[in-house]
Design a protein around this ligand. Sequence first.
Ligand SMILES: Cc1cc2nc3c(=O)[nH]c(=O)nc-3n(C[C@H](O)[C@H](O)[C@H](O)COP(=O)(O)O)c2cc1C
Length: 218
Amino acid sequence: MMTRREAGAGIIASAVLAGAPIVTAAEETGPRRLPPPDKAGGMPLMAALQLRHSTREYSAQPLPTQTLSDLLWAAFGVNRPSGDRTAPYWRHIMVIDVYAAMADGVWLYDAKAHALLPHLPDDIRAATGLQDFVAAAPLNLVYVAHGERMTDISPEERRLYASVDTGFIGQNVYLFCASAGLATVFRGAVDYARLAQAMKLPAQQFVTFAQTVGYPRA
Ligand SMILES: Cc1cc2nc3c(=O)[nH]c(=O)nc-3n(C[C@H](O)[C@H](O)[C@H](O)COP(=O)(O)O)c2cc1C
């Protein structure tokens, strides 16, 4: 039987072929296609490194779709015909999923289709961390590891390698945000059990970290 994710990717492919309008609202429950990322944009790397920092005060202003597209591609998008990504990953096994928790629900980033697949219709931003700003910031990325894909290693090693994979993605997000004038903070202060429950994760999957993104509060 086709999974929800496979069905979503199929719908996108058919829509593209048919020149169908792009689905943009979570209420329509379909995949949300993202515009192509602007891969020529951004500031010089050294300038972005100079600006990289953590921010803990956010405005509630939502992110434009193009910004979301650019951000997710920078985070963990496909950057080669092989399907490999903007961040390295353990043993060439795809362990980390990137979820976007926003006011209109929780979405799974499908890097191959460069689209957001609907995961939950609920606003769970407040459950993504132990700090107040997470509830109002427009986007909290939640990094989820597929423990079941990490065979022949101990649970400690699973957590270690999944965390390293996540850290690379997190730094991509930091650098993108520095370049785009956005605010971000990578977060481990998370009630992991509560968040796994809010996200309805299967038992083998676990949250590694979360990362808030938005505009700095003026
Ligand atoms: C593994 C890890 C976990 C972190 N967890 C949190 C967190 O839960 N909340 C928070 O506000 N910042 C968190 N941070 C951000 C650090 O506090 C921050 O990077 C550090 O203070 C240095 O500040 P800078 O990022 O502005 O250079 C975390 C950073 C890392 C690498």
